[in-house]
Design a protein around this ligand. Structure first.
Ligand code: ATP
Length: 228
């Protein structure tokens, strides 16, 4: 499903973010990526949707070797990898509905299918009644739910979330976690980088800890393991 072999990443400025990462993540797993600031968590996550290319090593995602993937094939990879960001990254001038439909319009889904699928995911995240709102008219938690709906509308095999609750209050963060658990329960792999000790120690999952560009711990039903 996701395999990294001896992955190294040194950015153009000479900073080495990953320094020999080996990992295997199976379809349907729920994985937290934890570690101190600057440890390499975002770099690890960005490799999976080819936002970042490794300097060395091989990475295979959904049977595709990303090391040799041609640039023009990257959009095909991204159809199977939904991404959720800390700052939502919604298009401010488009409605909730349009923000989500956009992901399907680019792959030329029929208008009828688009309508059905957008309303389905809006129902799942509890925002059917806000389809015509623009992002500014929503709370942070609601905006994050829209971005989750956008990430799953293509029915990807993997959903990646980089600090998805970083800008949200605790109650809203639990709502977001409930949605991620529901997505995962349907067989989607969930990979989430987080600094939330409370979430990791409450909703127990596999924990991968990254420090200085290396995986230093990998435990099923693991603990956060750092001071919050
Ligand atoms: N685009 C980039 N260009 C140059 N250096 C980068 C780039 N992105 C990250 N880095 C550097 O790589 C190292 C790892 O960064 P990364 O963002 O992966 O860490 P992180 O664990 O996600 O940190 P945080 O918890 O603060 O988000 C850091 O030293 C960072 O400054």
């Amino acid at each position: 499903m996701i395999t990294m072999k001896d992955i190294h990443k040194t950015y153009a400025n000479g900073v080495t973010a990953l320094n020999g990462v080996n990992i295997n993540i199976d379809q349907g797993e729920f994985v937290y990526v934890v570690g101190p600031s600057g440890a390499g968590k975002s770099t690890f996550i960005r490799l999976i949707y080819r936002e970042v290319k490794p300097t060395d090593g091989t990475i295979v995602v959904n049977d595709t070797d990303l090391s040799s993937l041609k640039e023009k094939k990257v959009p095909f990879l991204r159809r199977n990898v939904g991404v959720v960001f800390q700052d939502f990254k919604l298009l401010p001038k488009l409605s909730v509905y349009e923000n989500i439909a956009f992901a399907l319009e680019v792959i030329e889904e029929s208008p009828r299918n688009i309508r059905i699928r957008v309303m389905d995911v809006l129902e799942m995240v509890g925002l059917k009644n806000k389809a015509r709102f623009i992002p500014d008219e929503l709370s942070g938690g609601e905006q994050q739910r829209v971005s989750i709906a956008r990430a799953i509308v293509n029915r990807p095999k993997i959903v990646i979330a980089d600090e998805p609750t970083g800008n949200l209050d605790p109650d809203t963060s639990w709502e977001i976690m409930r949605i991620f658990e529901e997505i995962n329960a349907k067989g989607t792999t969930m990979i989430m980088a987080t600094h939330s000790k409370e979430i990791v120690n409450t909703v127990k999952k596999r924990v991968i800890a990254v420090e200085d560009g290396l995986i230093v711990r990998d435990e099923h039903r693991g603990e956060y393991g750092y001071e919050a």
